[in-house]
Design a protein around this ligand. Structure first.
Ligand SMILES: Nc1ncnc2c1ncn2[C@@H]1O[C@H](COP(=O)(O)OP(=O)(O)OP(=O)(O)O)[C@@H](O)[C@H]1O
Length: 748
């Protein structure tokens, strides 16, 4: 069959495309005129012309790898082909995405194409937000949510087909899902798996799934012209503004999409562009910390040319109608230890990648050049609804020689304790031999296992404990179960739940926009607790909640703006917290036992609970009174307290920290001052558990000395207690574990 004949045949097959939908969904007569408009454009997509060929491959194979140019119709059309093909099975089809914005956007588009209300036959599910119903048969969802479903049902029994989209991103969740799907397909022959991307490493994935069929979609929707700079420039923001200016003033109509690495860069460029063009150009920022409503603005029509300035949240899957020009930057003057130190920089994507060092148990955020796959994906945001032009703010040589083919898989760059626990709870005991596409380094496994053992979630032989099973079910990091249990004992369970929710938001609750960092630091002083960053966070959350409740005239968005607090992060904290409260009450039958602010020991209860829950993350200050460095007790690494901490001016001997991060200089982040006397009865601090040299000497004599001092202090307290007993006071109340309270009692 020659190409012309082939095209004619496939075009004829495409004529009947809607019949499937009409039969399955609703009466043809009821379709809106928009449905027929969209149908026309769908029929022109490269993938639509290959529908029958795809279905032939689909019918003959259990696992199919689909590759095709950006915009060819993989995300919106392939799930529809599968949906109608599988309609009679009565089961669902899932299509995963790595990002929330893309998940909701493609679900909305697909529902519109099928002319059904979003949430009925086509729905979506992202963390804390879903539009689903009993009628839902096609479910777009984030890979993380499908993974948590898989932890309850390893066979994916509710689904006839799972589609993993944007597989080139190789997120940790996607890799785990692929491993689980590999096993599930061998148990359920009727389960199909489709793995898709425009930049898929087909050979690699095929060697992991032997026998998987491949399906390539030839053809582009519209051409995209690529332009490179002739010389490199390190001033990428300035260069980006010049290119936008050139496009706006000299080139034909069409919206602009500009990629920048951090939210700080985006806000700065947006404000310059807004000042320069107060009319004629609608400048819109797009990054993950923005509210959902703000993010949705990019899809709205505008009477002016739109210029969307985005991080990599706009890099894959989404189509913004009207985009003609894409401007993509590359950070030329990167060097490995140059880091965005705030959490928002960590998430702002593009060229900023979080990396975990298991030997140091330290997370760093590296500023890296992008990959060729990312460059291709970004260019692919143009040429979707009309021809496009992509301006790359680097030279062609830089692209060819500096960029790696694709970003390293997330599994090689992160900490694995919660994933190991998840696999253990699913029944995979020997996680070290688990069949991953790219197995993580054995040291990362070992480190994860040690941490789980210290937390009491696995025993010495690596078997999951009953406590570990509960921890794995939490919607936050499993390490928080210990804090909940300890918090319940000390009457501050509610505070621990708040802190767990704060730690699992994508963005920090304290906002420090680069142009106003100083003003932000002053505004944050009103929440600061000199002994604990954790308590400072709680103060900010409680102030936000009372501002929400108080019926004052100031809108909450303005209140957050004035206080330099991130409203989106705070409302997410409240949602996570409420969900946790429900699950803890339902699953663990926990009662709410709240110690009140009026309690004189309120702060002490919280600090003590943190000390006893995160004892394996504590550090001791160098004895020199002018020194500002700490040594971690477990690993013996030195680090300073993060400059954003409220503790920097008030140096404490012992602290517990939440993160060990590097931004060129190693820092302990989110720290709380603790009393070593709260720790001395824990196994971890007994002489036989403290790290020793080969000669049997203590590796950190300082730790030993400080603990001995605390023990002595306790002994002397007990001696004093004798006199208390003689006075016939309730002596049983005074135990070694609450000697903090005793000291205060004695000093009164
Ligand atoms: N929201 C939208 N508005 C206008 N057109 C759209 C929209 N969403 C999709 N399209 C059209 O459908 C086409 C296919 O989009 P789809 O997301 O399915 O492509 P894709 O092959 O998955 O792309 P990518 O590899 O970039 O994710 C686009 O090229 C565009 O023409």
């Amino acid at each position: 069959m020659d190409d012309l004949q082939r095209n004619q045949t496939t075009a004829q097959q495409a004529q009947s495309l809607e019949e499937w939908e009409v039969n399955a969904l609703r009466d043809h007569e009821l379709h809106s005129s928009r449905y027929f408009q969209l149908l026309e454009s769908r029929r022109r997509l490269p993938v639509s012309l290959r529908r029958q060929e795809f279905l032939d491959v689909y019918h003959n194979s259990q696992i199919i790898l689909v590759s095709g140019e950006t915009g060819s119709g993989k995300t919106t059309q392939i799930p529809q082909f599968v949906l109608f093909d599988e309609w009679a099975s009565g089961k669902k089809v899932a299509c995963t995405q790595p990002r929330r914005l893309a998940t909701t956007a493609v679900a909305t588009r697909t529902a519109a194409e099928l002319d059904v209300p979003l949430g009925e036959e086509v729905g979506y599910s992202v963390r804390f937000e879903k539009k689903l119903s009993r009628m839902t048969r096609l479910k777009y969802m984030t890979d993380g949510l499908l993974l948590s479903e898989a932890s309850r049902d390893r066979n994916f029994s509710a689904y006839s087909c799972i589609i993993i989209d944007e597989a080139h991103e190789r997120t940790l969740n996607t890799d785990l899902l692929m491993a689980l799907l590999k096993m599930a397909t061998s148990r359920r022959s009727c389960l199909k798996v489709v793995i898709m991307s425009a930049t898929l490493n087909v050979e690699k994935i095929q060697s992991y799934f032997p026998g998987a069929a491949t399906f390539e979609i030839p053809g582009k929707v519209h051409p995209v012209e690529i332009h490179y700079l002739s010389d490199s420039t390190p001033r990428y923001c300035y260069c980006a503004i010049t290119v936008v200016q050139h496009i706006h003033e000299n080139m034909d109509d069409g919206d602009i999409l500009l990629f920048l690495p951090t939210s700080g860069d985006i806000e700065m460029v947006c404000s310059i562009l807004r000042k320069r063009y107060d009319e004629g150009l609608k400048v819109l920022p797009l990054y993950s910390a923005l509210s959902r409503a703000k993010q949705q603005e990019i899809f709205e029509d505008s009477e002016y040319r739109k210029c969307i300035v985005a991080t990599n949240v706009a890099e894959t899957s989404i189509t913004i109608d009207g985009i003609v020009y894409v401007v993509g930057e590359y950070l030329h003057n990167f060097f490995p230890w140059k880091v965005g130190i705030d959490k928002s920089a960590t998430d702002s994507g593009l060229e900023i990648r979080p990396v975990y060092n298991p030997r140091l148990r330290m997370s760093s955020v590296l500023t890296c050049p992008i990959s060729k796959a990312s460059a291709k994906q970004r260019a692919g945001r143009a040429g979707r609804t009309q021809p496009g032009i992509c301006f790359r703010l680097y030279t062609g040589q830089t692209h060819d020689t500096c960029f790696i083919p694709s970003a390293p898989p997330g599994i090689l760059e992160g900490e694995l304790a919660s994933q190991i626990l998840l696999l253990k709870v699913m029944g995979f005991e020997s996680v070290g031999t688990f069949d991953f596409l790219d197995p993580p380094h054995p040291e990362v496994y070992l480190c994860g296992l040690q941490d789980l053992c210290a937390m009491g979630y696995i025993d010495d032989r690596g078997t999951i404990t009953p406590k570990g099973r509960i921890a794995a079910r939490l919607s936050v990091h499993p390490k928080w179960l210990n804090a909940f249990m300890e918090g319940q004992k000390n009457g501050c369970l509610r505070e621990m739940i708040d802190l767990a929710a704060i730690s699992s938001t994508q963005h920090p609750i304290f906002s420090r926009p680069p142009p106003a960092r100083f003003a932000a630091d002053i505004a944050h002083q009103r929440f600061a607790c000199p002994l604990s960053d954790h308590i400072s966070q709680l103060n900010a959350l409680h102030a936000y909640e009372s501002a929400m409740k108080t019926n004052n005239r100031l809108p909450i968005s303005q209140w957050c703006f004035d206080a330099f607090l991130n409203r989106r992060a705070l409302s997410e904290v409240v949602r996570i917290r409420d969900q946790l409260l429900t699950s803890l009450q339902q699953e663990l039958s926990y009662t709410k036992e709240i110690c009140g602010f009026e309690d004189a020991e309120y702060d002490t209860h919280i600090r003590k609970t943190l000390a006893r829950s995160f004892f394996y993350q504590c550090a001791l200050k160098h004895p020199d009174p002018f020194a500002t460095i700490y040594k971690t007790v477990h690993e013996g690494h030195t680090a300073g307290i993060h400059p954003e901490s409220a503790l920097t001016s008030e140096r404490q001997e012992w602290i517990v920290y939440s993160e060990f991060v590097s931004s060129g200089i190693p820092y302990l982040q989110t720290v709380t001052a603790v009393d070593p006397a709260w720790l001395i009865d824990l196994d971890f601090f007994q002489d036989d558990s403290l790290p020793k040299t080969e000669n049997g000497d203590f590796k950190q004599p300082l730790v030993k000395k400080s603990l001995d001092k605390a023990r002595k202090k306790n002994d002397s307290v007990e001696e004093d207690l004798i006199s208390f007993e003689e006075l016939d006071l309730n002596a049983t109340w005074y135990t070694a574990s609450n000697c903090g309270a005793i000291q205060i009692m004695l000093s009164r």
